[in-house]
Design a protein around this ligand. Structure first.
Ligand code: ZN
Length: 502
C-alpha cells in the first residue's frame, strides 16, 4: 500500500521537476542564445511554466499520497526514504503557502526586471531600475509573509530558508561578526595595490575557449552530459539527468578571470553530476543540500585547487603550449601573485578571495535593512557607497560598479548572497579535513590528477543529496560545527606563502 503510494508520489514529483527543468532551459537560453526582441514573450513563457509547475507541486493529491507514505512503517524505518519523505513534506508545506498568482507575478516581474537591469547597468542608471527593485523587494516581502506570521522570526529568515535551509540571520551574525573581525586586519596587512605585472597579457578568445574546455574535462566534468557556453554572468544549470550546463566569460585581457570562472562553475557542475538523478530526479535525495554547500564545491575547486601553487605548476606549462606566444616568459611566481593578491576593489566577481567576503556582508546587511523597513530603496546607492568606503576604502565610481553590478535582485534572489560566504567557509573546513586524509593530494594536483579529491567529495557530499542538512554534512565530514577559523587560516597561509616566495 505504502509502496504504491510512494511510487505514485515519486512519479508526480518527477513531472514537477521536469516542468522545472523546462523553465530552467528557458532561463539558460535567455542568458546564452535568446535574441533581444524575444524578451517580453520569454517573460510570458517563463511565467506560464512557473505557474504550471506550482499548480502541480501543490496538487492536493500530492498531500494525500504524502500522508499515506508517512504512515507506512517500512518507509519510515528506511533512513534514506525517511529522509526523502521528510524533505518532500517540507517542500510541499512551503509551496502550499504560496498563492499561484504570487508565484506567477514574481516570475513575470523578474523576467522583465532582468532586461531592465541589463540596460540600467549598461547605462549606469539606477533611477530606471529603482521602481523594479522596489517591486521585487515588495514581492519578496509578500513571499516572506506567506511563510509565517508575526513571532516567526524576521522576514529575512524566511527568504534565506529557500537557499540555506535551517540557517537564520542571527546565526549568520554569529559567524560573520568574528569573520569580519579577523578579515579586516588581514586585508590591512596584505593589501597589494601595485601593478599586477601581467596587465598586457592578451590571449585570443578561441585559444581560451579550447583551453577552458580541455581543463573542464580534466577536472572531471562530463562534457557528454553537459555544455560549456558563454554568458555575461557565468552560471551552472543542473537541468536534469544527463544535462548539467555551465557558462563562462571570455575577454582577451581576462585570461585568469575566465579560467577562474570556468573552474568555479565546474565545481558546481561536478556536484550536480554527482547527485543520484538517474533514479531520483525530482526527489530531495537527488537535490543539493542548500546553496552554501553548492557554493562550497565551486569555491573549493576555484580557490583551494585553482589558485594553488601545485595546480599552476601543472597548468602553466600546458597553458603555455596551448597559447603559443601569449604566455611565453610568464613565470609561476607572477601567476601566483596575479591570482592571489589581496586587492580591494568595487566589483564583487572580480574580487580576490579575501576581500570577497566583505562584499557579501555588505549585501547581507543591505537586504536585511530593506526587508526590516530600515532602508528605503532610493537610499540603496548611498548605503552601498558608504559601506564600500568604510569596509574596503574603495570609492565607487558609478552605480554600474556599485549597487547595479549584480544580477541577483532582478532575479528576485533576496537572501541568496550569504550562501557565497557560507560556501567559502564550508570549503575551507572541508579542505582542512581533505588534506589530512589525502596527504598525497598536493602531488596529485601537481600532476593533473584530481580523481582522489573528486572521490572524497562524491563520497562525503555529493551522493547524499538532501539527506543531511548543511550543518550535519559539515559535522559528519569534518567532525566539527562550521567555524570561520579554517578560512582565516587558509587565507593567511596563502598570503604568507606569496610573501615568502617574492
Ligand atoms: Zn557559484
Amino acid at each position: 500500500m505504502g509502496q504504491a503510494s510512494y511510487d505514485d508520489l515519486k512519479g508526480r514529483l518527477r513531472e514537477v521537476a521536469t516542468l522545472g527543468s523546462v523553465g530552467s532551459l528557458l532561463s539558460w537560453d535567455q542568458e546564452t542564445m535568446m535574441p533581444r526582441d524575444a524578451a517580453s514573450f520569454r517573460a510570458e513563457e517563463v511565467a506560464l511554466i512557473a505557474r504550471l509547475a506550482h499548480e502541480r507541486r501543490t496538487d492536493a493529491r500530492i498531500g494525500e499520497l504524502l500522508d499515506l507514505c508517512e504512515k507506512d512503517p517500512d518507509l519510515g524505518s528506511d533512513p534514506l526514504e525517511a529522509a526523502n519523505l521528510r524533505e518532500i513534506r517540507r517542500d510541499y508545506d512551503r509551496a502550499c503557502r504560496l498563492p499561484a498568482e504570487l508565484v506567477e507575478e514574481i516570475a513575470q516581474t523578474c523576467s522583465r526586471a532582468l532586461e531592465v537591469w541589463k540596460q540600467a547597468r549598461a547605462d549606469s542608471d539606477f533611477e530606471s531600475f529603482r521602481p523594479w527593485l522596489a517591486r521585487v523587494f515588495e514581492l519578496e516581502r509578500q513571499k516572506g509573509e506567506c511563510f509565517g506570521g508575526a513571532g516567526d522570526g524576521e522576514l529575512y529568515d524566511r527568504l534565506l530558508e529557500e537557499y540555506e535551509p535551517g540557517m537564520t540571520a542571527s546565526q549568520l551574525d554569529g559567524i560573520f561578526a568574528p569573520l569580519r573581525g579577523d578579515l579586516a586586519p588581514l586585508i590591512a596587512e596584505f593589501a597589494d595595490d601595485g601593478p599586477m605585472g601581467l596587465e598586457s597579457l592578451r590571449v585570443p578568445l578561441a585559444t581560451q575557449s579550447r583551453l577552458n574546455r580541455d581543463l573542464a574535462g580534466r577536472l572531471g566534468y562530463d562534457l557528454g552530459a553537459g555544455r560549456l557556453d558563454e554568458s555575461t554572468h557565468p552560471f551552472t544549470e543542473g537541468l536534469g539527468p544527463g544535462d548539467t550546463r555551465i557558462t563562462t566569460r571570455y575577454r582577451e585581457e581576462g585570461f585568469f578571470e575566465a579560467l577562474g570562472s570556468t573552474i568555479h562553475e565546474v565545481g558546481h557542475a561536478l556536484y550536480e553530476q554527482g547527485l543520484p538523478k538517474e533514479h531520483r530526479h525530482g526527489q530531495p535525495l537527488a537535490q543539493a543540500a542548500g546553496l552554501g554547500i553548492h557554493e562550497s564545491q565551486s569555491r573549493m575547486w576555484e580557490n583551494h585547487v585553482g589558485r594553488s601553487r601545485a595546480f599552476w605548476s601543472w597548468l602553466l606549462p600546458r597553458a603555455r603550449e596551448a597559447t603559443g606566444a601569449s604566455l611565453q616568459g610568464v613565470g609561476l611566481g607572477q601567476v601566483m601573485r596575479a591570482v592571489n593578491r589581496v586587492r580591494p576593489q568595487s566589483v564583487r566577481v572580480e574580487s580576490d578571495e579575501t576581500t570577497y567576503n566583505m562584499h557579501i556582508m555588505l549585501r547581507f546587511d543591505l537586504e536585511r535593512a530593506v526587508m526590516r523597513g530600515d532602508l528605503a530603496v532610493e537610499d540603496v546607492p548611498g548605503f552601498w557607497n558608504d559601506r564600500m568606503k568604510r569596509d574596503l576604502n574603495v570609492d565607487v565610481v558609478d552605480d554600474a560598479n556599485g549597487c547595479l553590478q549584480d544580477i541577483h535582485w532582478s532575479l528576485g534572489a533576496i537572501g541568496y548572497f550569504p550562501t557565497y560566504t557560507l560556501g567559502s567557509l564550508y570549503a575551507a573546513q572541508f579542505w582542512e579535513t581533505i588534506v589530512e586524509v589525502i596527504p598525497q593530494l598536493g602531488g596529485q594536483i601537481a600532476s593533473g590528477n584530481f580523481s582522489t579529491l573528486l572521490g572524497w567529495l562524491r563520497e562525503n557530499v555529493h551522493r547524499h543529496g538532501r539527506r543531511f542538512t548543511a550543518a550535519e554534512l559539515c559535522e559528519r565530514a569534518t567532525g566539527s560545527a562550521l567555524s570561520h577559523e579554517p578560512l582565516i587560516r587558509h587565507l593567511r597561509a596563502r598570503q604568507q606563502d606569496l610573501r615568502e616566495a617574492r
